[in-house]
Design a protein around this ligand. Sequence first.
Ligand SMILES: [Zn+2]
Ligand SMILES: [Zn+2]
Length: 394
Amino acid sequence: MSDINNLRIHFYGVQGSGSIFPSLSERKATQDHMDRELLACIFADLEQYVGKDGRISARVEEIIGGPPTPNNLLNYRDRFNIPSPRVYGGWTTCVHVETADGADIVFDCGSGFRVCADNLVRKWGDREKRELYIFGSHSHYDHTEGFDQAAVCFDPRNHIHISANRTYLRALDQNLGIFTHHVDSSHKGVVTPLYYELMPAKFYSCEIRDLAQEPPSADGDALANRYHDLNSSFQIGETCIQPFEVFHPSPCLAYRVERRGKVFVFCTDHELRRGDDPTDPRQRDSLEAEARLREHSRDADVLYRDGQFLQAEYDGFQGIGSPVGVSRLDWGHSCIEDVIDMAVECRVKSTYIGHHDPNRDWSERNWFDETLRRKSEQSGYHLQLAQAETVIDL
Ligand SMILES: [Zn+2]
Ligand SMILES: [Zn+2]
């Protein structure tokens, strides 16, 4: 019996461009912070044992409630209920949605997909029905790099349905040949030692495209096992998934997921372009994509959205982890300030800002989160930076 009420969203990877992990100085700063908090609590606690002579007169057992065994020490610490520090970093984009009717749906196969797939294999155990539905956003490496490391690809009992635009399907296929059963000799073994003969799961591809604009060829096609019209939704059990195009240097899809009236919008890698020429077709395309995103996000329960830069960083007035600013126009990512405006205007209940820049350090992210916490209090809409391992029940 599932303990999922409706939809469970699990963020496995929220980093943009590349995986990052805490540096030595970030780990030390976290340790120092925790030690300071704990020591302050311990010394405040010891005050009750200070006699008139200013000395502490109590045995260790009395203070911690028993001999100093590892368990007793941890129980003593837990009395103080010190909040854990915010932890940032981790793998690149992968979000898993589990539904109460048993569907497993994954958005993107960045490096977070390896961990997600391990958990899926554990969850599936020996069950008969082993279906995974993957929806891809776009072909960039940080959205595909975890695929050939995922345990789900190596069990012949697993059925993996991958729906995405053509460039995403091609990005997975050109090194691995999982759909076409062919790898060009110039690709074989170059990027990865793996290819389809070493990956015994069953793979099914579905190309999402605007069929009115681009009808499929009559002879069919080796890359796409089937087609799905961009303008119609997928139905997986009771869950309805509507793809839509956003704006990025490589064609990119976002998805609106709805089940029993609850809505989650997954939108990674989208740029609300801040160009100054309104006649530039890129500016027009970006604004049209932003309007689509807003329409699909209106009154949503949860939105995951790219907000890689501050506006000053986007404009090149300020560097990220470096004193030198570089213009980020046409890099394909949005500004945090614009995401906040959009979330409030669209009345999104909870917004998780992701695709974090790998050069952004922890102290800066902590400061962003504090700012977002205050904004949430003012606006009544929850805003925070997306963190790996966050689980949201809808
Ligand atoms: Zn990306
Ligand atoms: Zn990208």
